[in-house]
Ligand binder design. Structure first.
Ligand code: UDX
Length: 441
């Protein structure tokens, strides 16, 4: 099928390449000339495992192209909107400028019967408000949220847990138009549906809410375990054992019970804030008032990691050499948006520490925003002569591959703060380190 994808950031670029990889003919459109130039050469503009391969393959096959020219959308049957919805400056609500610009820019090129499929994360009610403009062109609007995780984006796009389509509905079910639209999306995602991926057809509001409530739930799970870490810290309990134990209950599950410096990235923080803002607009602020607490718990864990480092170094980090392992908001990503890892590094620097930071993928991005830190590509070089080491992103390079005895031979002091509870505490202690975990004795 001929498809267009408007917006070629993390979401759109992966979506475009993934759709080409399953056989569609795709044009990706973005206003950013540099991004388009890089994608057109088959170069991924950000680190995402597997993306490079499907980009190169798609371009070589002739099924995938990128342009800044919106008119290239003409002739596509489905037009995906994958632009960003960042947090508004000075507020919690989502900024929908790019969504409106994408839809308005696309309108002149829509043909009768086309489908506009919104993938961006938007406040509930957005699709309803956009729909008339699309219908006026004889096209249909569907909301088809994306649940991809960075680092697994290609796999999550080709083989998602579930597909959700919010279509025009009336009287508790899809209209005729809505049902037809759902069928076209079934065709688009045929390879995945044929493998048994659930395809849920619903109304606009439910589809929009599925996305934000999923992210709110994940954020809540992380902050829940981090709240338990705070209690563990005053009682001498170990939150990692606690998470293992409660995680054995299938109703709870162990995933997303990793206590540490908390969640960050381009989605969870902004999405829970936008959800709170939207609920308030709807007069239902109290229903999600707990999300403010989730946010507050999350931010407190960064303070805790900084305080632990200060305590471990005898009450001050001033002029102490602190090596920070990690800058990305999570492993397998070069994304530093709202990264707790980078925030901890910057705060330590602000307290006078001589911070050396390393990361397998995110140094370039981090340096651009925080040039005041010292960046070292080589992990061992970064560790040399450190008074303390703090792990803030659980890359395998630190979690599995860093031998504590090897590290001990490089550093001056032997203090390690495990901001992600990802190290083998016993092994580090055995190698002579004083180990500090998050919510662990
Ligand atoms: C998230 C959702 O998972 C995805 O479905 C949605 O579409 C976009 O937002 P992503 O932002 O890529 O994806 O990251 P995710 O893997 O969810 O991690 C989010 C943050 O939570 C990271 O900073 C991670 O380090 C942190 N985290 C995750 C924890 O602190 N503890 C955990 O147990 C799990």
């Amino acid at each position: 099928m001929r498809l267009s994808v408007i917006g070629c950031g993390y979401l759109g670029a992966v979506h475009a390449a993934a759709m080409a990889s399953i056989g569609h003919e795709v044009v990706g459109i973005d206003v950013d000339e540099r991004k388009v130039a890089s994608l057109s050469k088959g170069e991924a503009p950000f680190f995402e495992p597997g993306l490079q391969e499907i980009l190169t393959e798609g371009i070589a096959s002739g099924r995938l192209s990128f342009t800044t020219d919106m008119s290239a959308a003409q002739g596509a049957k489905v037009h995906f909107i994958g632009v960003g919805t960042p947090q508004q400056p000075g507020g919690y609500a989502a900024d929908l400028t790019y969504v409106h610009a994408a839809v308005d820019g696309l309108l002149p090129y829509l043909s009768e019967g086309d489908i506009v499929a919104g993938k961006s994360t938007v406040p509930v009610g957005t699709a309803e408000s956009l729909a008339p403009r699309v219908f006026d062109r004889g096209a249909t609007l569907v909301w088809n949220p994306e649940f991809l995780r960075e680092g697994w984006a290609v796999q999550d796009t080709i083989d998602p847990d579930r597909l959700v389509a919010g279509v025009p509905s009336a009287d508790g079910g899809p209209t005729e138009e809505g049902a037809r639209t759902a069928d076209v999306l079934r065709e688009v995602y045929h390879p995945s549906i044929a493998k048994g991926t659930p395809f849920i057809v619903t109304d606009y509001a439910t589809a929009e809410l599925v996305k934000v409530s999923a992210n709110a739930f994940l954020a809540t799970k992380i902050s829940f375990i981090n709240a338990m870490a705070e209690i563990a810290e005053v009682t001498g309990a170990d939150v990692t054992t606690l998470a293992d134990a409660i995680g054995h209950d299938a109703r709870i599950g162990r995933r997303f019970l990793g206590a540490g410096i908390g969640f960050g990235g381009g989605c969870l923080p902004k999405d829970i804030r936008a959800f709170s803002a939207r609920a308030e607009e709807l007069g239902r602020g109290e229903s999600v008032a707990f999300l403010r607490e989730i946010d507050a718990i999350n931010l407190r864990r960064r303070d805790r990691a900084v305080d632990l480092t200060v305590q471990a170094l005898g009450g001050s980090v001033f002029e102490k050499k602190v090596t920070v392992l990690g800058a990305a908001f999570k492993p397998h990503s070069d994304d530093i948006r709202d990264s707790p890892a980078l925030d901890v590094a910057v705060r330590l620097h602000g307290l006078g520490a001589d911070v050396t930071l390393t990361d397998p993928a995110a140094i370039e991005n981090a340096r651009r925003i925080h040039p005041q830190l010292t960046y070292v590509e080589d992990r061992d070089e970064a560790l040399r002569d450190a008074d303390a080491v703090i792990v803030v992103t659980e890359w395998d390079e630190y979690r599995r591959e860093l031998d504590p005895a090897h590290a001990a031979a490089l550093t001056a002091g032997h203090i390690v703060v495990d901001g992600r509870n990802c190290l083998d505490a016993a092994a580090w202690r055995a190698a002579g380190w004083t180990y500090y975990g998050m919510g662990r004795p």
